[in-house]
Design a protein around this ligand. Structure first.
Ligand SMILES: NC(=O)c1ccc[n+]([C@@H]2O[C@H](COP(=O)([O-])OP(=O)(O)OC[C@H]3O[C@@H](n4cnc5c(N)ncnc54)[C@H](OP(=O)(O)O)[C@@H]3O)[C@@H](O)[C@H]2O)c1
Length: 322
């Protein structure tokens, strides 16, 4: 079958490790099912894989891709949940120490077919296109869990989203607005601030700018470059929910004094559960809000999508179709 895969790693030139070609059909263990992929979306995770981050050499060649939507074996329209937990694990699968993401241990979604545990397929409502549904399992699910599960945010609260152009950040803006939050955003880039306002943010500020109000919570994926500003933007008792460190994980100042004196909460968050993915799908169905798609390309042109992400050209998700 046609697949987009890594057959080696290159830390400096990740596109040189990218292959588009034929791969055998995935193995289907007991209790697993095959999804015929209609659309799949690109994440930074896929670029990290080409660089050799989070993927073992013994696992190569590895089909890339965490996110997909397609048809299950009975022809139902489904979304694929990307977190694969151990069969013996019960409860929140993001807490399973042996969990992996599709394309880390098991072959990924950038292919004609992908094998997943049966419980990892979630029904896709007809109101969502395959392209839209394929955007949800990683960046959008991460934002959903950060806002509503780990962050516990509810209508009427104020949230700051750092780094307006990122995949998780744009999802947090749209979902936060749809859930009745007041959404403030920062970006270094004027054009991205304007796009964030179009997406539904109430106000947009330059990165590091003093905000007119203190916020209840911060959605933090930027890391080092914005951490101090995030902590300083919180009201007493506020919370910072962190799921990424795009600008680096090492902090110049962790702001510990503010954290204890203002009784702030620092909350880690990673991906989401199958039930949260079902909740996210239902929220989109009910509210009519949709993922922002930067561009859609045939899977055979995947290289152009990877190149755009490498250059940071996109605003929203890059989707591959078949
Ligand atoms: N834990 C999880 O489950 C999970 C899931 C998905 C993603 N992630 C992680 O979350 C992070 C965000 O990923 P993403 O794909 O959403 O976004 P991204 O494209 O990596 O970038 C996020 C934003 O970071 C901002 N940024 C980057 N460098 C900066 C700097 N030096 N100063 C200020 N802002 C800077 C940029 O905002 P502006 O240009 O607008 O300023 C950019 O739009 C990544 O580290 C990713 O690995 C984690």
């Amino acid at each position: 079958m046609l697949a987009v895969y890594a057959d080696r790693f290159s830390a400096d030139d990740p596109l040189s490790a990218l292959q588009v070609g034929e791969r055998p059909d995935p193995e289907v263990p007991d209790g697993w099912t095959t999804v015929t992929v209609k659309a799949a979306s690109l994440n930074h995770h896929d670029l990290f894989s080409l660089r050799g981050v989070g993927l073992r050499e013994e696992a190569l060649p590895m089909i890339l891709g965490c996110d997909a939507a397609g048809h299950d074996e009975d022809g139902n329209e489904v979304v694929v949940h990307a977190v694969i937990s151990d069969p013996s694990w019960t409860g929140d699968e993001t807490l399973d120490p042996r969990r992996s993401l599709l394309s880390e241990r098991y072959q990924g979604t950038f292919a004609e077919r992908v094998a997943v545990p049966r419980r990892n397929v979630v029904p896709k409502p007809a109101s969502l296109s395959f392209e839209e549904a394929a955007c949800l399992p990683t960046a959008w699910l991460t934002a959903y869990r950060m806002l509503f599960t780990r962050g516990g945010l509810h209508a009427g609260e104020t949230v700051l989203v750092q780094g307006a152009g990122g995949g998780v950040a744009t999802a947090a803006i749209v979902l936060g607005r749809a859930a009745g939050l007041r959404v403030l955003v920062t970006s270094r880039d004027e054009a991205k601030r304007a796009r964030a306002l179009e997406l539904g943010a109430h106000e947009a500020f330059e990165s590091g700018a003093r905000l007119p109000v203190k916020v209840d919570a911060v959605i933090e994926t930027v890391g080092r470059a914005t951490w101090s500003h995030s902590i300083r933007s919180l009201r007493p008792g506020g919370r910072i929910i962190t799921s990424g460190t795009t600008s680096g994980p090492k902090l110049d100042d962790a702001e510990l004094t503010r954290i204890f004196f203002l009784q702030l909460s620092v909350i880690g968050s990673t991906m989401g559960t199958r039930d949260e993915l079902a909740g996210l799908v239902a929220m989109l169905d009910a509210t009519g809000v949709r993922p922002l798609i930067d561009r859609t390309l045939p899977m055979t042109d995947a290289r152009a999508g990877f190149a755009a992400m490498l250059e940071g050209e996109q605003f929203g998700k890059i989707v591959f179709t078949r």
